[in-house]
Design a protein around this ligand. Structure first.
Ligand code: PEP
Ligand code: MG
Length: 924
C-alpha cells in the first residue's frame, strides 16, 4: 500500500521519476525553479500499480479524498472552483511514466465542463465560441478515452457540419456550429454507452483517473514497452498529472506550441518548433492543422517570442540537456506545460553532445554517456545518391532524416503483415495516431500528407531512427481505396516509392543510395571515447576493401580475418575446388601452389591498409563441403547436363551458361572458337568434373558438420593447407617489411580443443618462419594464438596459454557449444518463442549470455593469464559489437572486442561507457 498517493507540484521531488513519472517530476521541478507552470498535482505510479493489482479495478481507498483536498489547492492558486457554475476550474488529466512513451497512454483535457459550468466558462471568457469549442473537444476526448467511444462516431458529425457550413478548417466554425456539434456529441455518447454523459465533475475526474491508469496496460503501451525493452525496473505504472487548464484557443492573443531547445533533426543550436495561434495543444501534435515554424512568432508576437527564448534558455541551463517542451499562451501569458529530454536522431545527439561540451554545459564524460551507442548505427544509414536525377513527385517536411524505399501501404496492420513477411514497406497515411505504432516498427519509413515536424509521425519516427516525410500536402491519401493521388499520378498499394527524410522529397520508384560519411562531431566524440576506453575496438574484416572501411570507422586493427572468405571470389573458387577434389598430396599441392600468391597478395594489401595496426589472420575454418555445391544441386545439374548432352543446341546453350557463370574459365574455348568443334568434349569434361564433385560431396558428408571436420582438425589432417596459408601470411609480412611498411600480423587457429593441436601447428609455423626469414633476409615478428570457441578450450585454457600468445573468444561457436543450440537453426525455430515467453531474455547469438557463456569466458581469462601473465584476450563473435556485451567484456578485463565494421563506432562508444560505468556494473 503506497504511503502517499498525491504530491503537489510544489512538494514533489523532481528527481523521483520512478514515483512521479517523467512528466510529473519535471512539472514539480519546473514549478520549484520558478518557471510559469499552471498549478497542479501528481498521483503516483505506485498508486497506479495498487489500482491495477485490484481485480475489481477500484481506486485505492482514500485516494479520491486526497484528490479533493489537492483540488482545493488548485482552486486556491487559480481563484476558480471545480464544478462552479460562475467561475469554473477546468483541469487536464495527463498520463506520464518514468520512461517517455510519447502518445502511448491517454490524456484528457478540459475536464470539469458540464451543462452547468459551460455557461460559467462562457461568461468568464466572454467568448461563446471558445466555450463550445472546449466543450465539444472534451466530450469527444473523454468519450473516446474514458468511455471507449470510437472517434469515427464523432468525426462523422463533425465533418458533416463542416461540409454543411462550407468550411475547411475548424477555426472557421461559428459558436452555433460548435454548440450543435456539442449536442450531437452528447447524443453519440448516450447512444454508444447507453448512459448520459457524466455531469458530476468529480465523477468525471474519477473515471478519467481510472482511464489513465488503465492505459498503462493498453495494447499500444505494452507494444511500445516490448519494442523498446522498457522493463519494470525502468518504468512501472503511470502517474496521473492533474493540472489547471490554460487555453491557447481563447482568441488571437492565444497560441499553443511545441518546441525543442535545439534542432532535433540536425542538432543545430537554434530555436526549433511550431505553434498555432488560437488552438489547443492537441491540434499541433495531432497534425490536424499544419502549424507555423516558431521563427514566425518573432514577427507575429515579438514579446512572447522573447519570453519563449527565455524559457528555452532556462530549461537548458537547468537540465543541461536538450528539452522537448510544450507551452500555451493564454491571453498574452506564456505557460510551460511540459518538458522532457528531447528524443533526437543520432546525428543530432552527436552534434549537441559536442556543442554542449564546447559551451561548457556538460562534461566530456556526460557527453559520452548521453548518446546511446546503438543509435550511432543510424549515422551509417544510406543517403540518396545526389548525382541521381529523379523527378520529385511531392514534397513534405523533412521530419526524420535518412532515405527509405519500399512498397506503399496505407494502414498499419497491412504494414505489419508485409513487414513481418520480409517486405520493405513505406507506411503512407494522412496523419498517424499512436495506435499505428506497430506499423512504424514494420516500416522502412513513414510518409504523411498532414502534420508538422512535431506531429506524432515525426516524433515517433525520429525516436526510432526511421525516415519520415510529414505534411506532404500535395498528396491525397485515400486509405479506403488503398491509393494516394498526386496531381495526375495514382500510387496504388504495392507501388514502390522512395522518401528522403532529410529533404522532404518523395519519389516514385527506387532511388540509388550512397553510404554516409562520418561527421566531424562524430569523429570528435569518438576521439573522446577512445581516450576514455580501456578496451580496444577491432574489426572483423576479410578483404582490403573491408579493411579500408574498418579504418574509416576507427578500427584499431583487424581482430578477425576469416581467410575462407578470401576463397569465395569467382577466380579462386575453382582452384579451391581443385584442391578439395585432389586425389593425391601432389595434386593438392599443385592447387595450393596456385592459391599461395593469391593469398599472399591479399594479406599484403590488408597489412598495408592496416599498417601498423595488428591484423589477426585466422586459418581455414569451415568444413570443406561448404566450398562445393550441395548434393541435390549437383544431382539436378548432372541430370540436366546429361539430357542436353549430344544435341547441338544443348551444347551451345550449355557452353554459354558455363561461360557467363565464370565458373570454369579454363574449361572454355576462346570466345571465337567454334563450339561445335570441341563443344561435346568440353561438356563431357564438365560432366566428369561434376561427377567427381558429387562423389566428393558424398565422401565429405557429415551428420553434424558444425561439430565435424573443420577448423584445426582440417589443418591437422591436411597440413599442407595450413602451411600454404601460414606461408602466405609470413611472406606478405616479409614483403611489407622490405618495403618499409610496419606490420603486426597474428596467426590464429580455429576450433582448438587441446594444446596438442596448437603445438602441431606451431611447429609448422616455426619451420616456415625460418624458411621465409632466410628467403627474404628479414626478421619476422608476429603473434601466434588460438580461438576459444569450444567448451574444452575454456577448461584447458591454462594449457593452451602455454602455447598461445593470445586468445580470441569465438562466441558464435562458444554460444552454440554452451547451449547446444545450433547457430544455424535456433534463430528460425524456437528462439523467438523463448524470447517472447521470457524463457530467455535475449537471443544469445546477439547478446552475450553473461551468466553461462560469460562465466566460461571469465574462468578462461583467469586461468589463461595465471599461466601467461599479460596474455592478450579478445572477442570476435557477433556479440563483440553489442553494447551490453561490451560492458561485460570490459568487466572481465578483455583487451579488445572485434566486430563488423559498421558496429565499430558503436563499440568504441560502448567501450568508453563501459569504463565510465564500471563501478555500476552488475550481473543480475
Ligand atoms: C565465432 O565462432 O564466434 C567466430 C568468430 O567464428 P565463426 O563465426 O567464423 O565460426
Ligand atoms: Mg567460430
Amino acid at each position: 500500500m503506497p504511503e502517499k498517493y498525491v504530491y503537489s507540484f510544489n512538494e514533489g521531488d523532481g528527481k523521483n521519476k520512478h514515483l512521479l513519472g517523467g512528466k510529473g517530476a519535471n512539472l514539480c521541478e519546473m514549478t520549484q525553479i520558478g518557471l510559469n507552470v499552471p498549478p497542479g498535482f501528481v498521483i503516483t505510479t505506485a498508486t497506479c500499480l495498487t489500482y491495477l493489482a485490484d481485480a475489481k479495478r477500484t481506486l485505492p481507498e482514500g485516494l479520491m479524498d486526497d484528490v479533493k483536498q489537492y483540488m482545493q489547492g488548485i482552486e486556491k492558486a487559480t481563484g476558480k472552483l471545480f464544478g462552479d457554475p460562475n467561475n469554473p476550474l477546468l483541469v487536464s488529466v495527463r498520463s506520464g511514466s518514468a520512461m517517455s512513451m510519447p502518445g502511448m497512454m491517454d490524456t484528457i483535457l478540459n475536464l470539469g465542463l458540464n451543462s452547468q459550468t459551460l455557461p460559467g466558462l462562457i461568461k468568464q471568457t466572454q467568448n461563446e465560441r471558445f466555450g463550445y469549442d472546449a466543450y465539444r473537444r472534451f466530450i469527444q476526448l473523454f468519450g473516446k478515452v474514458a468511455l471507449g467511444v470510437a472517434d469515427e462516431h464523432f468525426d462523422a458529425h463533425f465533418e458533416a457540419i463542416k461540409k454543411r457550413a462550407g468550411v475547411k478548417v475548424d477555426v472557421e466554425l461559428t459558436a452555433a456550429h460548435l454548440k450543435e456539434i456539442s449536442e450531437l456529441f452528447l447524443q453519440v455518447v448516450k447512444e454508444q454507452t447507453g448512459k448520459p454523459f457524466p455531469e458530476s465533475v468529480y465523477e468525471q475526474l474519477e473515471i478519467a483517473i481510472k482511464a489513465v491508469f488503465n492505459s498503462w496496460m493498453g495494447k499500444r503501451a505494452i507494444d511500445y514497452r516490448r519494442e523498446f525493452n522498457i522493463t519494470p525496473a525502468m518504468a512501472n505504472g503511470t502517474a496521473v498529472n492533474i493540472v489547471a487548464m490554460v487555453f491557447g484557443n481563447m482568441g488571437n492573443d492565444c497560441a499553443t506550441g511545441v518546441g525543442f531547445t535545439r534542432n532535433p533533426g540536425t542538432g543545430v543550436n537554434e530555436m526549433y518548433g511550431e505553434y498555432l495561434v488560437n488552438a489547443q495543444g492537441e491540434d499541433v501534435v495531432a497534425g490536424i492543422r499544419t502549424p507555423k515554424p516558431v521563427q514566425e512568432m518573432e514577427k507575429e508576437m515579438p514579446e512572447l517570442y522573447r519570453q519563449l527564448v527565455e524559457l528555452r534558455n532556462k530549461l537548458e541551463g537547468h537540465y543541461h540537456e536538450v528539452q522537448d517542451y510544450e507551452y500555451t499562451i493564454e491571453k498574452g501569458r506564456l505557460y510551460c506545460l511540459q518538458t522532457r529530454n528531447g528524443k533526437m536522431n543520432a546525428a543530432a545527439m552527436v552534434r549537441t553532445s559536442v556543442d554542449m561540451v564546447n559551451e561548457g554545459l556538460i562534461s566530456k564524460e556526460q557527453a559520452l554517456l548521453r548518446v546511446n551507442p546503438d543509435q550511432l548505427e543510424q549515422l551509417l544509414h544510406p543517403r540518396l545518391d545526389p548525382n541521381h536525377v529523379a523527378l520529385v513527385l511531392a514534397q513534405g517536411l523533412p521530419a526524420s532524416p535518412g532515405a527509405a524505399c519500399g512498397k506503399c501501404v496505407f494502414d498499419a496492420d497491412r504494414a505489419e503483415l508485409l513487414g513481418r513477411a520480409g517486405e520493405k514497406v513505406i507506411l503512407v497515411r494522412e496523419e498517424t495516431k499512436p495506435e499505428d505504432i506497430h506499423g512504424f516498427f514494420a516500416s522502412q519509413g513513414i510518409l504523411t500528407s498532414r502534420g508538422g515536424k512535431t506531429s506524432h509521425a515525426a516524433v515517433v519516427a525520429r525516436g526510432m531512427g526511421k525516415a519520415c516525410v510529414a505534411g506532404a500536402e500535395g498528396i491525397t491519401v485515400d486509405t479506403r481505396a488503398r491509393q494516394a493521388i498526386v496531381a495526375e499520378h495514382v500510387i496504388h498499394e504495392g507501388d514502390i516509392i522512395t522518401i528522403d527524410g532529410s529533404t522532404g522529397n518523395v519519389f516514385i520508384g527506387e532511388i540509388p543510395t550512397i553510404p554516409p560519411t562520418f561527421s566531424e562531431e562524430l569523429k570528435i566524440l569518438l576521439g573522446w571515447a577512445d581516450a576514455v576506453a580501456q578496451l580496444q575496438v577491432m574489426a572483423n574484416a576479410d578483404t582490403p576493401a573491408a579493411a579500408r572501411r574498418a579504418i574509416e570507422y576507427g578500427a584499431m586493427g583487424i581482430g578477425l580475418c576469416r581467410t575462407e572468405r578470401m576463397f569465395n571470389d569467382v577466380d579462386r573458387l575453382p582452384i579451391v575446388v581443385d584442391m578439395i577434389l585432389a586425389n593425391s598430396p601432389e595434386e593438392r599441392q599443385a592447387a595450393l601452389d596456385k592459391l599461395l600468391p593469391i593469398q599472399r597478395g591479399d594479406f599484403k594489401e590488408v597489412f598495408k591498409v592496416m599498417s601498423p595496426r595488428p591484423v589477426t589472420v585466422r586459418l581455414l575454418d569451415p568444413p570443406l563441403h561448404e566450398f562445393l555445391p550441395t548434393e541435390l544441386q549437383l544431382t539436378e545439374e548432372l541430370n540436366n547436363l546429361r539430357q542436353l548432352q549430344g544435341t547441338v543446341k544443348g551444347v551451345s546453350t550449355l557452353l554459354s551458361t558455363i561461360r557467363s557463370s565464370g565458373q570454369q574459365p579454363k574449361d572454355l574455348p576462346a570466345p571465337a572458337a567454334p563450339f561445335d568443334e570441341r563443344g561435346e568434349e568440353i561438356v563431357s569434361e564438365v560432366i566428369a568434373k561434376k561427377e567427381r564433385m558429387l562423389r566428393k560431396v558424398r565422401e565429405l558428408y557429415e551428420i553434424n558438420p558444425m561439430l565435424g571436420h573443420r577448423g584445426v582438425r582440417l589443418g591437422i589432417t591436411y597440413p599442407e593447407i595450413y602451411a600454404m596459408q601460414i606461408r602466405g601470411v609470413l611472406e606478405a609480412a616479409a614483403e611489407c617489411i622490405k618495403e618499409n611498411v610496419e606490420v603486426n600480423p597474428e596467426i590464429m587457429i580455429p576450433q582448438v580443443t587441446t594444446a596438442q593441436e596448437l603445438v602441431r601447428v606451431k611447429t609448422s609455423v616455426d619451420t616456415i618462419k625460418a624458411e621465409v626469414e632466410k628467403k627474404y633476409g628479414v626478421q619476422l615478428h608476429f603473434k601466434f594464438g588460438t580461438m576459444i570457441e569450444v567448451v574444452r578450450a575454456c577448461m584447458r585454457s591454462a594449457h593452451l596459454a602455454e602455447v598461445a600468445e593470445f586468445f580470441s573468444f569465438g562466441t558464435n561457436d562458444l554460444t552454440q557449444a554452451t547451449f547446444s543450440f545450433s547457430r544455424e537453426d535456433a534463430e528460425n525455430k524456437f528462439l523467438p518463442l523463448y524470447n517472447e515467453t521470457g524463457i530467455l531474455q535475449d537471443n544469445p547469438f546477439e547478446v552475450l549470455d553473461v551468466k553461462g557463456v560469460g562465466q566460461l569466458m571469465s574462468m578462461t581469462v583467469e586461468w589463461g593469464r595465471k599461466k601467461r601473465s599479460g596474455l592478450k584476450v579478445g572477442i570476435c563473435g557477433e556479440q563483440g559489437g553489442h553494447p551490453g556485451s561490451i560492458r561485460f567484456c570490459h568487466h572481465i578485463d578483455l583487451d579488445y572486442v572485434s566486430c563488423s565494421a559498421p558496429r565499430v563506432p558503436v563499440a568504441r562508444l560502448a567501450a568508453a561507457q563501459a569504463k565510465l560505468l564500471e563501478d555500476k556494473y552488475t550481473i543480475d
